[in-house]
Design a protein around this ligand. Structure first.
Ligand code: SAM
Ligand code: SF4
Ligand code: SF4
Length: 335
């Protein structure tokens, strides 16, 4: 049932972006100067419908044995009626876990409906507890309080919660300790993400990266940590625990300690392109074949063919390569 790529990596994980729109303008992802009032987002008929997404998820399940799905964006909660999609996906036989990555701002409105529809987990992104800095980062004057209310709502709904923090040198590295202390006390695992050169708009420079090593040292100085075993092969975050406790953090070090050799993730964009790497230059169109009447067997052969030709290992090669010019935008495939 497994499909293997050119480096023998199985296809295990499907991440589904449901919209390219977002109510934030984080400067590392959708800088307001680029994603301004004249930016052309995908039109409604270009988006995969819920039925098309569900059919694809079923076929990924059937051909590749996928058990876990992650819904992302843009901001996934900007997609109208998202709980309807969640309930369609959760009724697929063999899908055991559905997670969503969100900026948290709309969770007070949707958390209960999402949980009732079958969502299991949320990863909520928050880069600082400092209101002024957060407003600058999200580009839309959204307060920290808004996201904290989202976290509360997710907790009250019974969703399991993890936190994501993108760390940028000189922007929010001073927030590492306050964030670590706060979420340790709240009982939520916080994952620190190295700032990545995704897309073409964020003006990424290596100098802006606060490395995994620097993050570890910073935390160790205040609250000693030790590495722990991964939960499963291909887990992107390396896990640490505060010494003498069960409290845990994670570090996602795509830049300074790449993990391509275990990367088993595929990414479906909102317009139905399949990307085999976060840094892909182009995606493989699945919407055309879906709308042109391909049978299930033909669709599965297509997926098989795309994955089995996969050679991506961008992060491992990054230091030896000139930077790619036209990579897919993060807001199209959602991290
Ligand atoms: N809007 C949702 C959110 O922010 O959680 C989901 C989509 S967002 C693209 C998914 C994740 O990618 C977020 O945790 C975000 O912080 C992270 N991200 C975006 N741009 C990034 C970058 N340049 N480097 C590292 N992580 C990034
Ligand atoms: Fe929106 Fe998420 Fe990108 Fe921020 S990181 S702009 S919240 S999609
Ligand atoms: Fe996977 Fe591409 Fe990231 Fe490597 S660079 S871990 S292949 S998504």
């Amino acid at each position: 049932m497994n499909i293997l790529d050119q480096h023998n990596r199985p296809l295990r994980d499907l991440r589904i972006s449901v919209t390219d729109r977002c109510n934030f303008r984080c400067h590392y992802c959708m800088p307001a100067e680029v994603f301004g009032p004249n930016y052309e987002f995908l039109k409604k008929n270009m988006l995969l419908s819920f039925e098309e997404i569900t059919r694809l998820a079923k076929l990924f399940r059937k051909r590749a044995g996928i058990k876990k799905l992650r819904i992302t964006g843009g901001e996934p909660l900007m997609r109208r009626d998202l709980p309807v999609l969640i309930s369609q996906l959760s009724s697929i036989e063999g899908i055991e876990d559905i997670a969503m990555t969100t900026n948290g701002s709309l969770l007070p409105k949707f958390a209960d409906q999402l949980k009732n529809a079958g969502l299991d987990r949320v990863t909520i992104s928050l880069d600082t507890l400092d209101d002024e800095r957060f407003k600058k980062i999200n580009g839309r004057d959204v307060s920290v309080e808004t996201v904290l209310k989202g976290i509360e709502a997710a907790k009250a709904a019974g969703l399991s919660i993890k936190m994501n923090m993108v760390v940028q040198k000189g922007v929010n590295d001073e927030d590492i300790i306050p964030m670590a202390k706060y979420f340790r006390q709240q009982g939520h695992i916080l994952r620190f993400i190295e700032y990545m050169d995704v897309g073409n708009s964020n003006g990424w420079k290596m100098d802006d990266v606060f490395s995994k090593k620097e993050i570890i040292n910073r935390i160790n100085d205040v609250m000693p940590i030790e590495p722990i075993q991964p939960n499963y092969t291909g887990e992107v975050a390396t896990r640490y625990r505060y010494v003498d406790s069960d409290d845990e953090i994670g570090i996602i070090s795509s830049v300074t300690d790449a993990f391509c050799s275990a990367c088993n993730r595929s990414r479906l964009s909102a317009e139905g392109k399949l990307y085999t790497c976060l840094f892909s230059v182009k995606g493989h169109d699945l919407r055309g074949p879906l709308r042109n009447g391909y049978s299930d067997e033909e669709m599965m052969n297509l997926i098989d063919n795309i994955w089995s030709h996969r050679t991506d290992r961008y992060s491992e090669e990054r230091t030896h390569h000139t930077k790619r010019k036209t990579k897919v935008e993060m807001s199209h495939i959602g991290g």
